[in-house]
Ligand binder design. Structure first.
Ligand code: PMP
Length: 307
């Protein structure tokens, strides 16, 4: 998978050409990988508008990550929203959906003194296709525990282990990897959470098992509730995942991706519960179905411009 090079990025309060979006090698964003970020997703709606899902929930999680990393986040939600709209409006492509990465890069300060961050946003086109089932492995790399590297902070350093796991998984023919926690139980995948079904009930490990506080999981829970499907957060053993009836990985970018195989164990291709949830999720985020808990922010027509 090659990283795209869009024409523009948002940095220092304005839209700038991609090649000018650089940070200094001496700042803590470079020397310690010090940043917090979010992954957003936007879709075209039938009425011609472009909507970004759960933008405010993502901003709140960015604020929580920044707070835990002692990174000041002086932007209001409206300023954040406006910055996202500015960049997205500049890069929109009718043929593609989009994913966006707003990041607070620490550009000033040293060891927590005088810390200052810049809000940088990059955005990338994404194909409109529904994700196909994937094979995953269980990684020998583990999700760190809270006093080592808290999984609930969405910071780049947390992704080093996921990168190891993906490199290992790729050589074994897996599209993603499951990370276990220090107790050998399921934490999450490298960039998404895990849900499984047993006897008609959906289960997911809580954040205290080493998972990110996922916005998609919260919404899947709300969808399950509206379909009268029980949804429970509790620890999941590795062996329990292998004998479960259905498994999906879930995240803003990934949406809900069915898992057809874990290590050498093939799962049942029939997925009656998660197919129902997936279909509803797919339709709701694209505005084809309504849900009382769903929130979408439309890019105003005035921002929709090519530079
Ligand atoms: N875990 C990790 C490590 C992730 O990177 C993501 C994607 N942000 C998730 C879980 C899923 O979170 P969300 O549903 O909020 O996108």
């Amino acid at each position: 998978m090659k990283l795209q090079r869009p024409d523009y990025a948002y940095m220092n309060g304005k839209i700038i050409p991609w090649d000018e979006a650089t940070i200094h090698i001496g700042c803590e964003a470079a020397t310690r990988g010090l940043n917090v970020f979010e992954g957003l997703k936007g879709y075209w709606y039938k009425d011609g508008r472009f909507g970004i899902v759960f933008l405010e929930r993502h901003f709140k999680r960015l604020q929580r990550s920044a707070k835990l990393m002692y990174i000041p986040c002086p932007w209001t939600y409206k300023e954040f929203e406006n910055a996202v709209f500015e960049l997205v409006g500049t890069l929109l492509n009718k043929e593609k959906d989009m994913w966006m990465r707003p990041t607070l890069f620490v550009v000033e300060g040293h060891w927590g003194e005088g810390t200052k961050a810049d809000l940088v946003i990059t955005a990338y086109n994404q194909d409109k296709e529904e994700p196909s089932p994937i094979k995953v492995g269980v990684s020998s790399w583990q999700r760190a525990i809270d006093p080592v590297l808290p999984a609930r902070i969405k910071t780049s350093t947390n992704y080093q282990i996921g990168r190891f796991a993906r490199i290992d998984g790729r050589t074994r023919g897996f599209q993603d990897m499951i990370l276990l926690n220090q107790w050998g139980r399921v934490a999450e995948a490298t960039a998404s959470c895990v849900i499984m079904v047993r006897d008609g009930v959906i289960y997911t490990p809580p954040a205290t098992e080493g998972a990110l506080e996922s916005i998609t999981i919260d919404f899947v829970e709300e969808i399950a509730k509206s379909l009268n499907i029980e949804f429970i957060r509790r620890p999941i053993d590795r062996t329990e995942l292998l004998i479960s009836d259905e498994v999906c990985i879930c995240g803003t970018l990934a949406e809900l991706v069915p898992v057809e195989q874990i290590d050498t164990v093939k799962l049942n291709p029939e997925t009656p519960i998660l197919s129902k949830i997936r279909k509803k999720f797919y339709n709701i985020v694209r505005g084809m179905e309504e849900h009382p808990e769903f929130e979408v922010s439309f890019v105003p027509e005035s921002k929709n411009k090519k530079i």
